[in-house]
Design a protein around this ligand. Sequence first.
Ligand code: SF4
Length: 362
Amino acid sequence: MKAKEIFPDPKRIRRKLLGWYDGHRRRLPWRETRDPYAIWISEIMLQQTQVKTVVPYYLRFLERFPTVETLAHAPLGEVLKTWENLGYYARVRNLHKAAGEIAEQHGGRIPDNREEITRLPGIGRYTAGAILSIAFGRVVPAVDGNVRRVISRLFEITESVDDEETRERIEALVQTLVPKRDPGRFNQALMELGAVRCTPKSPSCPACPLQDDCRARAQGLAHRLPVRGKKKTVPHREVVAAVISDGKGRILIVQRPACGLLGSLWKFPGGILNPREAREEGLKRIVRDELGIGIGVGSPLAAVKHAYTHFRITLTAFSCTLLEGSPAGPQWRWAGTGESEALPFSSADRRIARSVAPPLGH
Ligand code: SF4
């Protein structure tokens, strides 16, 4: 028997979705506010990070930096420290920079229009849509990965959602659905549906408020949508690090340059090996280039694996001794007991610190 043809009706979708959202939504701290600053912080934290991880960071961050002004005037190191282990540090550097721009150029008020808000560092189309609709009641879509999945199923979109054209089509479809009244609540409801019902691998169609309107469900295609482009293989990099003690219980650490991945975070001396380079020789080369010192490389102390967005690393730390020279370069220090706890490290470096040098990590 031929599946019945469905044409999702905006009015019915709004009514069912909002009714379901009011009864089923998760109570999350950023849903209790309309403060554009708090919503902005939550949206940036939620990029690439799960809700349950974000909640304590969000509460701590707002307690420490309750307003745009407090964030704008805080030293970057302190902001990075509050973000430590949340990962994707470009997010927090942009947040800090944008706060500075809002304080200086917008009198401390977050812009309430797309043109100005998307000029701020780190605010793309989705984040702008979320802030504008939730905090300012603007009738604009906020299309994240969850919404893209729901819409591709609801409207049975069989083109790849990684293509720009399909993304624009989905955004235009959401624009037709967003109501004039309380658009932010509708956008949040759509995201919530994607997060808890219309999930990537096992959509709960029988418990979905839109089951009668969903074309993918009618066609038995829910599990096959959305269509994605080919996955790129993620390269692997070997990273080596030197744990060098000054004999007084302090260990040599280095601050990364401000720009680039993990910018301004602290780390152990070391870096990425060249292809097929021996680890000990590579570590000596890197540390000489980095700090102008000669080291002896002893036994491996610890190894951790970590995945970033575009590559994976294995980081191996070696016990090393300083043989010649004194460290030179822009930012380095001998860190004593507890000192490193006050400094921001990446999670891979923090794991190394805790496993190889208890006084440094605790
Ligand atoms: S019916 Fe299933 S596939 Fe369709 S929107 Fe609901 S959960 Fe997603």
